[in-house]
Ligand binder design. Structure first.
Ligand code: AMP
Ligand code: ZN
Length: 484
């Protein structure tokens, strides 16, 4: 498989560090509010990566954190703790907010068929890990204590910027209007490993540490949780593109300084979902959630398909019109699969392999999900039996996770019920493809007469058509006709 590595800015062959396992880490949500569908775009594409790796035979262990402490409104350690902000907004405790939005996040993931990672770890569970790492960083001179907080000293690194070639002077990391710059920092990009002096005295969660009672910085959480569950090396680290700097850059700085060797081999970043007015953000107040999509009548899996139709390394513009198109495509796809009739025939192994090879090739090429969706349409057109087509579609859906087989079965059931109740829409099929509105009208009138048990009228219409040289054959929910 080839995977684009943000650290090398190249598509590389994916070679895991260990033959028996792929170690994958994902930055989890900050649980102070609902996830917006932009966040969920990242989780959908990461889910596809994990499922594809499993599909082609890798044994994957995937770990995700839940950020329930330490993430300030500015990624550069300034502003208020997001959790505290959420708690104040809703007049609840930080713990209550964390529980509520963690549950809400996994409920949204379930609706989008995003698999729960093997390990999900709240940041507040791993304080000892962070203290262990920070202690060594202090002992080895990578960290310093100033103004009550412990900072990482970025000047100690040979190379700090990993994902971009920024010049330090070009960057004003996260400094926003109305947010005071932290004068304790020796260098502009130094970041907090451990806070004891918070500007916000009402910080709810605090722990004892060698540097005083306080709480961890956001970046140290991911290093600590990853090392706790995956050890000293990592194959793939994922996140949305906004995490690349400063979050992932800082994760690398502290992890490699602590370990004394390279930490993670591949960095996968998902570009943003934007609206016409710009980046989607939780702090902007109103934002798009899965619930809003459902309230407006959309199937969350239509949103999943919308995401799969474009490449994760391209930013994606969300509009209701785009989602309408995705929903229409999704429903048509289900209808076409529902029209396949399982007949207990043997699987055509040659066809299965040819179709699967194309699908795997698409995803092996840096997760080209839009080509993988095209490969699904190829199945529908392929010259083979319907049992084989259904088996291939079920197989692809292990990665795509669009509930294709289940929804198609429901559709078939619905059509059957309509046929029994007589409520199905009556279809007229011209066997030659010739369109004739008057024939169509007569056939519909005949169906209406039959429904009203006016068999004499139904027979009269049949005779009229016969006299005009037209032969009629009844089919379920309709009739087909041809000229004799
Ligand atoms: P947060 O809950 O803010 O920590 O973000 C959760 C994940 O969503 C992170 O991986 C972010 O990088 C990612 N993310 C944030 N905004 C967007 C967006 N508009 N589109 C795609 N991913 C995003
Ligand atoms: Zn992280």
């Amino acid at each position: 498989m080839k995977l684009y590595n943000s650290a090398s800015r190249k598509k590389e062959d994916f070679v895991p560090n260990h033959p028996d396992i792929v170690k994958m880490y994902t930055c989890g949500p900050t649980v102070y509010h609902y996830a917006h569908i932009g966040n969920l775009r990242s989780y959908i594409m990461e889910d596809v990566l994990e499922k594809h790796l499993r599909y082609v035979g890798y044994n994957v262990k995937r770990v995700m954190n839940i950020t329930d402490v330490g993430h300030l409104t500015s990624d550069a350690d300034e502003g208020e703790d997001k959790m505290l902000k959420g708690a104040k907004r809703e007049n609840k405790s930080v713990m209550d907010i964390a529980k509520f939005y963690t549950d809400a996040f996994f409920a949204d993931c379930a609706k989008l068929n995003i698999k729960t990672p093997d390990v999900v770890e709240p940041a507040t569970n791993c304080i000892d890990e962070y203290i262990k790492i920070i202690t060594r960083l202090m002992d080895t001179g990578y960290a310093y204590f100033a103004g009550g907080n412990v900072y990482f000293d970025t000047s100690k690194l040979e190379k700090y910027y990993i994902f971009n070639d920024f010049n330090a002077d070009d960057l004003d990391v996260g400094v926003r209007e109305g947010v005071e710059e932290d004068t304790n920092k020796r260098n502009k990009n130094d970041f907090v490993l451990w806070f004891t002096k918070s500007k916000f005295e009402d910080q709810a969660l605090k722990w004892d540490s060698p540097w005083g009672v306080g709480y961890p910085g956001w970046h140290i959480e991911c290093s600590g949780i990853s090392m706790k569950h995956l050890g000293e090396d990592l194959d793939i680290h994922c996140g949305g593109i906004d995490n690349a700097f400063p979050h992932h850059t800082n994760e690398i700085a502290q992890s490699e300084s602590y370990l004394g060797h390279k930490w993670c081999s591949y960095w996968m970043h998902v570009m943003h979902l934007n609206t016409n007015s710009g980046k989607m953000s939780k702090s902007k107040g109103e934002f798009l959630t899965v619930k809003l999509l459902e309230d407006k009548g959309y199937d969350p899996l239509a949103y999943r398909l919308f995401c799969l139709q474009s490449h994760y390394r391209k930013s994606l513009v969300f509009s209701w019109e785009n989602l309408d198109n995705a929903q229409g495509t999704y429903l048509k796809l289900i209808n076409r699969i529902a029209a396949l009739k399982p007949a207990g025939e043997a699987i055509d192994e040659e066809a299965f392999k040819a179709l699967k090879d194309k699908f795997v090739a698409a995803l092996d090429n840096d997760l080209n999900t839009s080509l993988a969706v095209t490969a699904l349409y190829d199945v529908l057109k392929y010259k083979t039996n319907d049992d084989t087509k259904l088996a291939v579609i079920a197989d692809f859906d292990r990665v795509l996770s669009l509930n294709l087989i289940m929804k198609a079965e429901l559709k078939r059931e619905e059509l059957k019920k309509q046929a029994v109740s007589g409520n199905a829409e009556f279809t007229v099929i011209s066997e030659s493809g010739e369109a004739d509105a008057s024939v169509e009208e007569l056939l519909k009138a005949r169906a209406a007469a039959k429904k009203a048990k006016n068999f004499a009228e139904a027979d009269r219409i049949r005779d009229e058509l016969k006299a005009a040289g037209i032969e009629v054959t009844d089919i379920p929910n309709g009739a087909k006709w041809k000229r004799l």
